[in-house]
Write a protein that binds this ligand. Structure first.
Ligand code: NAP
Ligand code: MG
Length: 406
């Protein structure tokens, strides 16, 4: 069988633990036997980040920016425990945060739906995609514990020395304060990325804040979002896409009654919380994909889950695991499809589709990893190991590729 040629390189970022083990299997069994692609490889495994003083993460992020499409394995974000576990020089920052900040990207998380798994929320029939603003708010906040009476003020000093002051609170007893910020440019890029994504996926666009309470901070987001939507009104209208602004609590309740087919744009914290709510509502973290999109269309694809640490410790003991590789496979298919579109090679995008079809065909035929079994109807009698599942996908994919060529 001749391999499908990919015209331009794909940036590949390797990762950690069980995710890294699955990553190598996917590449070896489902990608390289079928496509000829130049992979610009960056090892973001924790040991290499430590050895290179994290330079490798920056190099990888720059490569994604330069080549336009990247695919990333889950990586450890080290804390004190990990520093001790791996003997690291320090707790290096989250690679995802580094890549996000270099690309000024927005993260979209989308569940993979299969016919024989019904979401925990009965009404959900089509994906609910979360668009999470990935800059600022509490993630760049400053905080202070107030341990005795005193006045806390917000002071803004301009370059010319003019000053504006607001009393945050006049403390008579202990308490706590926080200062957060955001940037117009970042909110605008976020709104644009969401509009582009909704147009690309042909889904409704919702945006939620709490501007009834936060009349300046949250209203600022709402106003910018409204402006950007107005600027693209003609495109949205001709694509038949509705834009709705709802208060966050109203939106959370409304979303339960929806069929799906919505991109829900959310602030950084709301997006953090609701992406996990939606993932759990649809079934399993192993079925949630994630793509980072920059304002100029650079895309980085990954699974939404982490390195699946607990499974890795079992794997190290030589025990077979049943880790769901679906979201990682879809990271590869998403990246290849995007590469194919940019290179105008329909056969590459076609391969990506067949790879996804092979995965969905297996699950719909009752072949699945352990996490999915309790969610499936009818419930399969046995679950597959990680390798067993990947082998079944490979067999099916070979069949689809042959059928295509016959
Ligand atoms: P995790 O890797 O997402 O796994 C948490 C639990 O969810 C697993 O123990 C497993 O439950 C279940 N799970 C997640 N993915 C699964 C899959 N593909 N198949 C089957 N079950 C799956 O989170 P974690 O173990 O808390 O975090 C481990 C490391 O990942 C941390 O160091 C964190 O920094 C990193 N992380 C990285 C990213 C990223 O790179 N994008 C994202 C999140 C976390 P059971 O054990 O019950 O089977
Ligand atoms: Mg989170």
């Amino acid at each position: 069988m001749s391999k499908i040629k990919v015209r331009n390189p794909l940036v590949e970022m390797d990762g950690d633990e069980m995710a890294r083990v699955i990553w190598a299997m996917i590449k070896e069994r489902l990608i390289l036997p079928f496509v000829q692609v130049e992979l610009k490889y960056y090892d973001l495994g924790i040991r290499n980040r430590d050895e290179t003083e994290d330079r490798v993460t920056w190099q990888a992020a720059e490569a994604v920016r330069d080549w336009g499409v990247g695919v990333k394995c889950a990586t450890i974000t080290p804390d004190a425990e990990r520093v001790a576990e791996y003997g690291l020089k320090k707790a290096w920052p989250s690679p995802n945060a580094t890549i996000r900040s270099l690309l000024d990207g927005t993260v979209f998380r989308k569940p993979i739906l299969v016919k024989n798994i019904s979401p925990a929320v009965r009404n959900w029939k089509r994906p609910i995609i979360i668009g999470r603003h990935a800059y600022g708010d509490i993630y760049r906040g400053v905080e202070l514990v107030v341990d005795r009476p005193g006045k806390v003020e917000l002071v803004y000093t301009t370059g010319r020395g003019e000053e504006a002051r607001l009393c945050v609170h006049d403390f008579k007893a202990p308490g706590v304060v926080m200062g957060i910020h955001n940037l117009e440019g970042s909110i605008r890029s976020f709104a644009r990325a969401c509009i582009n994504y909704a147009l690309g996926e042909k889904v409704e666009l919702w945006f939620s804040m709490k501007d009834t309470i936060s009349k300046k901070y949250h209203a600022y987001f709402k106003d910018i979002f409204d402006e950007e939507v107005r600027a693209r009104a003609a495109d949205l209208q001709s694509a038949g896409i509705n834009y709705r602004y709802l208060l966050i609590d109203d939106a959370a309740a409304q979303m339960m009654k929806q069929e799906g087919g919505v991109l829900w744009a959310l602030s950084n914290y709301d997006g953090d919380v609701f992406s996990d709510v939606v993932a759990a509502g649809f079934g399993s973290l192993g079925m949630m994909t994630s793509v980072l999109v920059s304002p100029d269309g650079v895309c980085e694809f990954e699974a939404a889950h982490g390195t699946v640490r607990r499974h890795y410790y079992e794997y190290l003991k030589g025990k077979p695991t049943s880790t769901n590789p679906v979201a990682s496979i879809f990271a590869w298919s998403g990246a290849l499809r995007k590469r194919g579109e940019l290179d105008q090679s329909p056969e590459v995008a076609g391969f990506a589709q067949r790879l996804e079809d092979a995965v969905l065909g297996c699950i719909e035929g009752g072949i699945a990893t352990k996490d999915l079994i309790p969610l499936m109807e009818p419930r399969p009698e046995a679950f597959q190991t990680t390798e067993g599942f990947l082998e079944a996908v490979a067999v099916r994919l070979r069949g689809l590729m042959k059928g295509e060529r016959a």
